[in-house]
Design a protein around this ligand. Structure first.
Ligand code: PEP
Ligand code: MG
Length: 886
């Protein structure tokens, strides 16, 4: 018989921290805390398996579940001395979801369950606080109706606002018990009106309604979107946690709060968090009241005049500090905690590894290694490679003039500039149109995820460091300023109103997520500092990784950036990219459009010196590190002149009429340029092109070696080979040129000739190809294009649909399709090695900078990955993590 329910409480638990697949993160950690003897309200977890079975059985509860829940509930009652459903001594519970991976704001919660017209009276009597009891009951009706019954919470807010206006109250806290009772009657009437049925009074019915709602929320649109964005499989399911209620709203000696054991934004080793006195559960995260600091130090730093927890509840604070540090040592990682203080007694509601910015992740990992809590190898595993992106983003130049129009909380670091938009829809539209925007909202909700993704940064006028905007932006690595209370948003007029300035949608603003400033206009930015903790983690990563990391670069600027990021050579120099600018493109077009060898040679003669000097510079920058130069691979459509001016310009340079040139352009037109006359096909048709390039490469190598005094070993790469004889033919030309240059310069030049593997046929014939190729570089952009038969230029429009419909999990042009494309890479690597012992293997498609693809490259045993300059640090770290895991 499958066990569906796991109990915890009273210093014991049936589950452990390791059971998160079955119990979800929250459930597993509640069990663990309970076993550690920490004060956790007793409860039980319904497993993720029960959720999956529920969906398999068309939303019917699995057999045996009801009995297990009943038993577990009785045990909870025994521990707290109450009984669920009892009129006098009723056990009230919370019902919360808890998936394997944390999904903030994605799932739903119901508190105070078990309250009804009878039990509320008992609660009033027992607590001696009638107002509290009726406030709790109305919250329950509101939450339950919204989450379980599907009656929108707006209905209840409207009723409450109307009542408050009638009674002349500004705040919820001003309502008396009798007034809450009247509100409750109106709430219940509303439910009846909306559903045609009364609000459920029976606690058992309430409980099962809530359990079903948590299960169903796994399939709500918000959860589905979140899963898609975070690659969380649907098959994981969610667990349900049912727990005895503790109340943070039982008066001024009660409170509720959230905290991190270290600062999640900076990584500083200081307890960091917020709380509200006399408040319940979600009040803190909801951002309706401005929370207070937990420690005195944080209060002083924030310049807040609201007292800290340390000051107002010193005993509860002391136990909280003690528990926080115990939990951090126990989990050996920074913890994100939720707690409630009920009449002076501290209760722990949640612990989990805290989300943090990349900067904080670095600092925490380096500090914990120094504290001896974790090893350097573990420290390297603690930083998410993709998150390094955040550190590589610009910050505001300290010398820049700042026109500060408001200030909020530094919720997520980095600075961003963009046009103001007031809705997520507008953010998405602007992004599609290629514009950069800052999403400005009073506060954000899970419905805004897509807008937050589209924006460069997020600004809210309400909410704390743990508000939705702050938590989600940090996770996304986007700059965010939250709770900028001095600014006002007028959605109707489309205005952001600051003291002394009114900005409209479309106006430029800059936010500084590092200090919370909101600035008018665009501000000068600085490139990031890569020393300190960053350098330490990178150094440790470099000690661990096996694969080399090179860069894809052709300009000196990119090559220098890549070296400063630690690139160990160039893995792909796309020579056609060297001809996009200025008069080069004209010479390039002349070469492409020439219809005689003579004409082509004339154009090539113009290109040769440009190529040579470019290569000399690259070789110098790379100072003896390997440089792979790829022969010309221009998809022709990218290079043909398009406008009349372009045609006239090239015609003039070639001394032919515009008409003739137009005809030639039309003759060169291809239906499928990506599968057309490109790559080595061009070199086979016009060997003089490859010869010019080879000459430029070898002359540059000789010159750079002479200048720097150290040898340069160029790697000449032939693109788009599918047939062995293509490579043979081109290699012969390269070798001939090499010989000539060596004779002329009197210098011996060592060099390698290799090929890209970017066609399925090349992968399948890799053993034969390896006889001529001294190295392979996997061109996984084209290999993906040709394996799937999906045009890389046209894929975006329908691949998104494929992702939404779950036909593919990830865009294969972003993350390597291990099963298909990966299989070809595997085959080619094996065949290549079998035919040529020690053949050098690398990857230079976009996947070379993608962490999960890098993991695959490690598995296959490639020698290096090559990626764009800004991804070099990401690749170094990902390669280290992959090496440590393999
Ligand atoms: C590739 O196809 O993966 C590659 C690196 O070449 P390009 O993107 O230039 O076609
Ligand atoms: Mg290619």
């Amino acid at each position: 018989m499958t066990k569906w329910v796991y109990s915890f409480g009273d210093g014991k638990a049936e589950g452990r921290a390791g059971d998160r697949n079955l119990l979800g993160g929250k459930g597993a950690n509640l069990a663990e805390m309970s076993s550690l003897g920490l004060p956790v309200p007793p409860g039980f977890t319904i497993t993720t398996e029960a959720c999956n079975t529920y969906f398999e059985k068309e939303e019917k509860y699995p057999e045996g579940l009801k009995d297990e829940v009943e038993k577990a509930l009785a045990e909870v009652g025994r521990i707290v001395g109450r009984k669920f459903g009892d009129r006098q001594n009723s056990l009230l519970v919370s019902v919360r979801s808890g998936a394997r991976a944390s999904m903030p704001g994605m799932m739903d919660t119901v508190l105070n369950l078990g309250l009804n017209d009878e039990t509320v009276k008992a609660l009033a009597e027992e607590s001696g606080d009638e107002r509290f009891a009726y406030d709790s009951y109305r919250r329950f009706i509101q939450m339950y109706s919204d989450v379980v019954l599907g009656v929108d919470h707006g209905n209840f807010e409207e009723i409450l606002e109307d009542e408050k206006a009638k009674l002349g109250h500004d705040l919820d806290t001003e309502l008396t018990a009798a007034e809450w009772r009247a509100v409750i009657d109106l709430y219940k009437a509303k439910v009846k009106e909306e559903l045609g049925e009364p609000f459920p009074q029976e606690p058992q019915a309430q409980l099962w309604g809530a359990i079903g709602a948590v299960f169903s929320s796994w399939m709500n649109q918000r959860a589905i979107t979140y899963r898609r964005l975070h690659d969380i499989p649907e098959s994981w399911g969610t667990a349900v946690n049912v727990q005895a209620m503790v109340f943070g709203n039982l008066g001024d000696d009660s409170a509720t709060g959230v905290a991190f054991t270290r600062n999640p934004s900076t990584g500083d080793n200081q307890l960091y968090g917020e709380f509200l006195v006399n408040a319940q559960g979600e009040d803190v995260v909801a951002g309706i009241r401005t929370p207070q600091n937990i420690t005195e130090a944080a209060r002083q730093a924030a310049g807040s005049d609201k007292p800290s927890l340390e000051k107002v509840m010193p005993d509860a604070f002391a136990s909280f500090v003690d528990i926080s540090s115990r939990l951090e040592s126990h989990y050996r990682d920074m913890q994100d905690l939720e707690f409630t203080i009920e009449r002076g007694k501290l209760w722990m509601l949640q612990t989990r590894n805290g989300k943090r910015t990349a900067r904080a992740a670095m600092k925490i990992a380096v500090d914990m290694a120094a504290e001896g809590l974790i090893s350097k190898e573990e420290a390297v595993q603690r930083v998410e490679p993709a998150s390094l992106d955040q550190l590589l983003h610009p910050t505001i130049d300290p010398d820049a003039k700042r026109d500060v129009i408001g200030i909020g909380l530094p919720a997520s670091p980095g600075a961003a500039t963009g046009e103001i938009v007031f809705s997520s829809e507008a953010a998405e539209e602007a992004k599609k149109a290629g514009r950069k925007v800052i999403l400005v909202r009073v506060e954000t909700s899970p419905e805004d995820i897509h807008g937050m993704h589209a924006a460069e940064g997020i600004l809210t006028t309400r909410g704390g460091m743990t508000s939705h905007a702050a938590v989600v932006a940090r996770g996304m690595g986007k700059p965010c300023v939250s709770g900028a209370g001095s600014l006002r948003v007028d959605y109707r007029k489309g205005e952001l109103i600051a003291a002394g300035a009114t900005l409209k949608a479309g106006d430029l603003i800059t936010i500084d997520g590092g200090n919370g400033q909101v600035l008018k206009g665009e501000v000068a930015m600085l490139q990031p500092e890569l020393s300190g903790d960053f350098a330490a983690i990178m150094e440790w990563a470099d000690q661990i990784r096996r694969m080399k990391v090179r860069t894809n670069a052709e300009t000196p600027a990119d090559a220098r950036t890549a070296r400063s990021f630690g690139a160990e050579g160039i893995g792909l120099c796309r020579t056609e990219h060297m001809f996009f600018e200025g008069d080069r493109i004209v010479a390039m077009r002349e070469m492409i459009l020439a219809d005689t060898e003579e004409g082509r040679r004339a154009a090539l003669a113009k290109l040769l010196p440009m190529q040579r000097s470019d290569f000399v510079e690259l070789f110098e920058i790379m100072a003896g590190l390997p440089v792979t130069i790829r022969l010309l691979d221009p998809p022709l459509h990218e290079f043909l002149p398009k406008t009349e001016e372009e045609i006239a310009e090239v015609a003039k340079a070639m001394g032919v009429s515009a008409d003739k040139l137009r005809q030639r352009t039309e003759a060169l037109h291809e239906f499928n340029p990506m599968l057309g006359h490109r790559g080595c096909r061009l070199a086979v048709s016009y060997p003089e092109i490859a010869e010019m390039q080879a000459q430029a490469i070898f002359e540059a190598a000789a010159e750079a070696a002479r200048k720097t005094g150290s040898p340069v070993v160029p790697e000449v790469m032939v693109p788009l080979v599918g047939i062995v004889k293509e490579l043979e033919y081109v290699k012969q030309r390269i070798d001939d040129v090499a010989k000539k240059v060596m004779e002329k310069s009197g210098r011996k030049i060592d060099y390698l000739v290799g090929t890209m593997i970017e066609l399925p046929r090349a992968a399948l014939r890799a053993d034969a190809i390896a006889k001529d190729a001294e190295f392979f570089s996997f061109g996984t952009n084209d290999l993906t294009q040709t394996t799937f038969g999906i045009s890389r230029d046209d894929a975006a429009s329908f691949l998104e649909v494929y992702r939404k419909k779950d036909i593919i999990a990830q865009d294969p042009f972003v993350s390597l399709d291990v099963e298909g494309v990966g299989e070809l890479v595997r085959i080619a690597a094996e065949k290549g090695r079998a035919a040529r012992k020690g053949i050098k293997l690398g990857i230079c498609g976009e996947h070379g900078g993608d962490p999960s693809s890098i993991r695959f490259c490690e598995e296959v045993g490639l020698d290096y990955v090559s990626c764009s300059p800004f991804r070099v640090p990401i690749a170094r770290l990902a390669a280290a993590q992959a090496a440590a895991r393999s």
